[in-house]
Design a protein around this ligand. Sequence first.
Ligand code: PGA
Length: 263
Amino acid sequence: MSQFRFINSSAASEVRIYRNSGDACKAAAELIVELVQKKNDARLGLATGSTPIPVYQELVRQHQAGSVAFSQVQTFNLDEYYPISPLSDQSYRWFMNHHLFKHINIPANQTHVLDGTVPASFADQHAVDFESWIHQAGGLDLQLLGIGRNGHIGFNEPFEASVESACNLPTRLVELHPVTRADAAPAFGGLENVPTHALTVGTRAILNARRILILAFGANKADAVKASLTGPPVSTVPASLLQMRADRVVWMLDEAAAAGLNS
Ligand code: PGA
């Protein structure tokens, strides 16, 4: 693993580059285990997608080996499609149950995922409530993030705005970006089946997390990683906004995702 601070005009971000994604995921899991060992009621912000699956496998392995207990932990997931049933295997509630929650000793009412079944007229209020649950739990000790090819974090998609307002987005119902829907098409058996909307934790709660681990693997993430670290913080590359909290952020990359940082 090589580790350095990537310095551009606005921030010095910690970047760790691993030989492969497996090593990076083990290291991310280790940081989470260390946190929970130190603070057994840690508040974890969790992510879905293909990227963190090996992180969850490692957490399950360490739990089953007796190294870590989750009975006091609370988790808050980043996002969920809307509308979607939690019974659908494309839902993020299903994903989390399948990859993590059912394998560890966390009570169900401490695993919080935005609800894709709330009535449309209550979706906005549900998003507000969800962010208040995070707040009332004392905020997030750690937020795990992936990154979209378009630079999104959670479902905070690129848009035109000032950096200040882009960093202050609340948890809310959003329309999905075409790149995000295209990337989800295989999982839904075609673009026409991908929901047009989702609920997402906003940049405000993400950036308030006391530690942020952002994972990116593979050549198809290299452009987004490069733009996020080498360009200025801008609303059109949401992950670049992490530069505003660079002292809390660790980028955990494989060599392919980091390729654009050398050129
Ligand atoms: P992925 O998604 O892990 O499936 O690549 C990451 C993201 O869109 O945040």
